[in-house]
Ligand binder design. Sequence first.
Ligand code: DX5
Ligand code: ZN
Length: 223
Amino acid sequence: MKIQILPSLLAADVGNLEAAARRAEQSGADALHIDVMDGHFVPNISFGPNVVQMAKKCLKIPLSVHLMLSKPDQYISRFIEAGADSLLIHIEAECDVPEALELIRELGARPGITLNPETAADMIFPVIEQVDEVLCMTVHPGYGGQVFIADVLPKMRIIREHAKSVGKQLDIMVDGGINLETAAQSAAHGANLLVAGTSLYGLQDMASGIAQMRQRAAEMLVV
Ligand code: DX5
Ligand code: ZN
């Protein structure tokens, strides 16, 4: 299982989104993470399908699209048409989650399920067979630049062990407050996809930041 580093476009300068997207790819990112917020599921509003479309036009790396929407089911086809390669919805969303995950698969993207920091691991066990990735939020979703919630670490291990026990190959993603230190801690608990906004876009040299994060996490990864 490989570590992947996904810079989060939310931390980029909105006046230069295309340059910021290109910068992630040129710095060796494995994929670009794009946050979509509806001002209802979370108290903030961010990017829409047009930003995904822009990134698709200028990048070759996959696009990881994180839907922080109360009703994600209504937007799945639009985001996949725009170019999402993987589409993450929340288990706390107000929709038929298994049906929504099935639709993501049918339309040709990788389905992922996300849990907020306080949501228990077993909430996603009923849909684990349907997904390729599980995202454990390590901050309350809505804003970049927050502090990593370490209480979420044991949940990553529980999900990793559960996946193994049912013979399921799974990527475990973490998102929120990820830096060199918390990336390594998350990897030690079984996470292999690392989303980082502020800590990577804030660097002068994103390429060496990505390389270091990948190496530190790979040394610690236990799956
Ligand atoms: C938060 C978003 C994150 C955000 C992470 O709701 O899901 O992807 O960009 O930002 P940092 O890495 O700054 O915590
Ligand atoms: Zn995100």
